[in-house]
Design a protein around this ligand. Sequence first.
Ligand code: SF4
Length: 538
Amino acid sequence: RALQPQCPPGAAAWAPSLAWLELPAETTWQAGLQVLERLVAELGIAVRCRQDPALNVALGLLTDRLDREARRDAPCHREELLGLVAHVLRSTTVPALLGRSGVRVANPLAALGRRFDHIWVLGLADTLFPRPAADHPLIDSVVRAQWHAAGVTVPDASSLASVEEALFLGAVGGAGLDVVLSRPLRGVDGRTLRPSPFWQRFDDAGVRHEPLPLGSDEERALLLALDGQVPAALEARVAVEVARDAGRPGPHAGHLERALPVAARRWSPSQLHAAGACRFQWFAGRLLHLEEPLDPDRVEDRRVTGLLLHAALDGALQGEGEAGDMGGRTARAHAALDRKVAELRRSGALRPGPLWPVQAEELRRTVTRAVRSPVFVPPGWTPAALEERRDFTLTAGEHTYELTGIVDRVDRTPDGLTVTDYKTGTYVSQVVQNGKLNLEIQLPLYMAALRAANGRYFSIEQAGTIGGAGPAAEGGRRKYSWAQHEQDVTAFLTALGDHLAAGNVAPSPDQAGQACTYCTFLPVCRYRGAAPVEEGQA
Ligand code: SF4
């Protein structure tokens, strides 16, 4: 057919006489069928069957029938064999809609006009099948008649009812051997459902009154529950759900029966941010390992952009000789960017799309702007350490935190050692303090780890500083006190340690619910913003 587009479709493609099929005038049934097998193999049909299950089924049906109807080793004439092939081609039918296990689940429309050996019609309850038909509330019979005259037909209630009827008759009429009609006794809400008018049309003829055997233990439990005999195990589960829904404290609402001492795990600033934004969010993600269904492409794009920009800025200062050599710094940043691009492409993390040349140019410009910014390495600053992983320990109240963090850069400055954390954009994550998501903890943690005097965030895309911590951040228009900031961070770590020691991982987002904005654990935590979260000492 590929070579001859005019080739007729279906069995007609074989040509009625099958004269083209080269068979000896005198042969045996088996030898004749072997010719057909060779044809199937050499035309590549057998190979295609491996990729095409429907073709495989069709070919299997054809060869099975030929095998069954041929008389094995008995001799035969060419015409007899061709007659058999033509007969089998004409009379073998292939199920058009195959489902797993040979059962096809179809709505009445999909089943219409098809033929099945056995048909089971489900849902013959009033309002389910047929569905209630009603006239469109905004289109009366006059408008309908006008539209009809203009060629637009909007079916009225009686036409819709006829359609439902046709669907039912079509479903029943498609049964080759038998048809089973069934109806649900109750709806999903437990309400008793009346039989459908279609069901009543059969009167009691053939209707089984004895109960059908139950399919599973769950079905048995469901029937018992609907009759008011709720099994004890189910009662307990219902009680849990009711309590959770009512927002009552309990293990399922984040009030665990065991402590989660902070000293028992290694923390990272991002874990502390998660726990500080909402303890349940941290618990669900880090301890229960629930995963948020994020859009992988969007997340990956942003993550890869961050990796590339961070690598470029790190490379800009690697091996810098004379301070402030802008040309050399930019060239090193671009070279580091190229190296990282190659590395991420090799690992498969970066999959350039059609817009990649534009994106790459944009990245290059962003890097150039950032490293040429006067605040990238302000006058008097000397980079003392570049990107480095640090393990450190912090104590807050009775709690000891073992932490690991990656510090982007440390500089010697006139104000003392200063930590710089690169941010891709302008977002700086914060934790909840006094019901608001407004406490920044990452810089104070790194400053404590390195005994640095100050810290700052440098936005690569903005090519500027977007926040700081330490005495150097005081003054200016911002009402900021480093002593207060330190105290707040210690208070946060102490309170978090207390809550976890009490096994309290109940939802604790900020009052405005900002922490919940992009959190997909809501169906699990069932937090209702209306009820303020108790943030007292555990
Ligand atoms: S939806 Fe809100 S309350 Fe629930 S886990 Fe997420 S942040 Fe916490």
